[in-house]
Write a protein that binds this ligand. Sequence first.
Ligand SMILES: O=C(CO)[C@@H](O)[C@H](O)COP(=O)(O)O
Ligand SMILES: [Fe+2]
Length: 217
Amino acid sequence: MKIAPSILSADFANLEKEVKRIEKAGADYVHIDAMDGVFVNNLTLGPNIVQAIRPHTKLPLDCHLMIQNPENLIPAFAKAGADIISIHVEATNHIHGAIQLIKNEKIAAGVVINPGTPLAMIKPILGDVDMVLVMTVNPGFGGQTFIESTLSKIKELKELRETNNYTYKIEVDGGISDQTISRALEAGADIFVAGSYIFGATDMDQAFKALRDAEHV
Ligand SMILES: O=C(CO)[C@@H](O)[C@H](O)COP(=O)(O)O
Ligand SMILES: [Fe+2]
């Protein structure tokens, strides 16, 4: 399994230190939540923060854009050093075109789907994406409760990948902890975003171990 700590729950006054801390603890990606105050009721990290973090880690920067009409900002995130850009299917009328814009930047392209959005909305583009991010909470904030009804979507995405020889990774985001990760893993997720569980832990190494233990039961 791959673990992508969300720096939304990090100490924003010490981001360099926080990124180095997760790298040392065994993170596979740095998950960066970009919120625009329109698509979601919160305002967070933009391309300038991605650019500021880039020299301080070798980890891939996994940028989750919670931005209405993300087309306008895709080039700026790519230029800032994003390795993966994921955009919400709910945030654009032109999801196919927006995914192509990301691919034009020669970086990995992901589509994100909210808990209340049917899988049918992204079926036509599943052959075009490198990653499908299944939101397991409603986007906007860290520290929310994992929504169990999202598990069926993860299972179906895994089946669709097998049947159609698609190559996307399945990422889950929201409410992931030592208590919930095993259900998402069993359903078929490959990459696990965790914010408050990792940054809220008194012992970060132990938090990583507890998440990875789900693979060994
Ligand atoms: O995209 C989001 C929230 O919208 C996430 O990436 C959160 O940052 C996850 O936080 P936890 O639920 O793990 O605390
Ligand atoms: Fe996220």
